[in-house]
Design a protein around this ligand. Sequence first.
Ligand SMILES: NC(=O)c1ccc[n+]([C@@H]2O[C@H](COP(=O)([O-])OP(=O)(O)OC[C@H]3O[C@@H](n4cnc5c(N)ncnc54)[C@H](O)[C@@H]3O)[C@@H](O)[C@H]2O)c1
Ligand SMILES: O=C(O)C(=O)C[C@@H](O)[C@H](O)[C@H](O)COP(=O)(O)O
Ligand SMILES: [Zn+2]
Length: 367
Amino acid sequence: MAESPLITRVNLADRSYDIQIGSGNLAELSSFMRDRCQGSHVVIVTDDQVDPLYADKLGDQLAGDEWEVHVLVVDAGEQSKSVEDVHELWETMLEEGADRQSIVLAIGGGVVGDLAGFAAAAFARGLQFFQVPTTLLAQVDSSVGGKVGVNLPGAKNMVGAFWQPRGVLIDVDVLATLPEREYWAGLAEVVKYGVILDAEFFAYLEQHVDTINARDPAVLTYVIERCCRLKADVVEQDECETTGLRAVLNYGHTFAHAFEAASKYGLLLHGEAVAIGMECAARLAHQLDRIDDDFLRRQTALLKSLHLPTEVPEFDGDELVRIMRRDKKADEGRLRFVLPTKLGHVELVKDVRVDDVLAALKAANAG
Ligand SMILES: NC(=O)c1ccc[n+]([C@@H]2O[C@H](COP(=O)([O-])OP(=O)(O)OC[C@H]3O[C@@H](n4cnc5c(N)ncnc54)[C@H](O)[C@@H]3O)[C@@H](O)[C@H]2O)c1
Ligand SMILES: O=C(O)C(=O)C[C@@H](O)[C@H](O)[C@H](O)COP(=O)(O)O
Ligand SMILES: [Zn+2]
């Protein structure tokens, strides 16, 4: 018999919600939603790869349980996280009769979650929203915490909102169909959680590399639950990144977002960019005498053992720095980076010198 799902709660006053993690629990989607929202009109947003695998059947499940269902399908991939795509979603939602009582349900990876969440946040000034994340990255990170939005060509996630879901339903079974590259990319955010918040979890990852690479369901369930809990603890204390605490979740992302925008979102997956970004951030911290050789060695080794890249592709360093100045953490154009001091602890560091950033980019490739 399947084990009962785990539930972890994100406590945010009247915006609190459950993250349910289980195996085979997508069968309970209808009751999961019914217990947590008003209304009966559901707009499912998914992509053209997840639709035939999961969203189509989940739509049938909901329709069979007396929900009125519309399924909106975008092209798979980062290019769909655009102003044009969200505009098209809004137009279609209007045509399909969506109103303030409608519910937006994202079924897919982080692209679908961020896009659908932003469509929900702004349509009629805010619709109820649920997440069914189907990539590892979305299960450990993007479906939790309420950051939703789209990219501009020159700046990642530049237009968006904080809009919490009513609930997040995670079924680890769906990871069985995830292509290897996408699975590995999700592991970058997993490693991030160990580095920024939990040295013991980092050591657990080091000790379980083989079972993680084999997608062992019990190990994955533990990993997903731990990441969701670590993220929820941060989000509960700084929901809208106002005190600076939430910025710790951005470790490696100042570099990562610059790589993604510089390559027009077409070269690296987000998780791959984060892995390289963490390597660069660690190199930067090492240059600034904030971490020792052992930290650097362990982070690089773990990333590599999980099939993640650590070398920076051919980019113009000055162009990367220009993009980094638009990072949402930048302070009037002055660069700020999340840098570690030891495994399990990072800090937001201001006034980092451009020469040090350029040197870190070079050092990532020298190691
Ligand atoms: N909001 C946040 O807090 C947050 C956090 C981290 C990342 N993100 C964002 O998430 C995005 C990346 O998300 P992603 O890595 O999930 O990429 P993605 O959404 O593009 O999904 C990756 C690919 O896997 C396919 N796929 C999804 N589930 C599948 C399954 N179960 N089986 C087979 N194929 C499947 C998709 O069709 C897609 O082609 C980026 O835009 C990033 O900025 C947001
Ligand atoms: O939830 C957060 O906060 C994060 O920073 C998580 C990141 O993994 C994620 O990529 C996020 O979308 C980055 O946000 P941004 O504000 O830097 O665009
Ligand atoms: Zn990320």
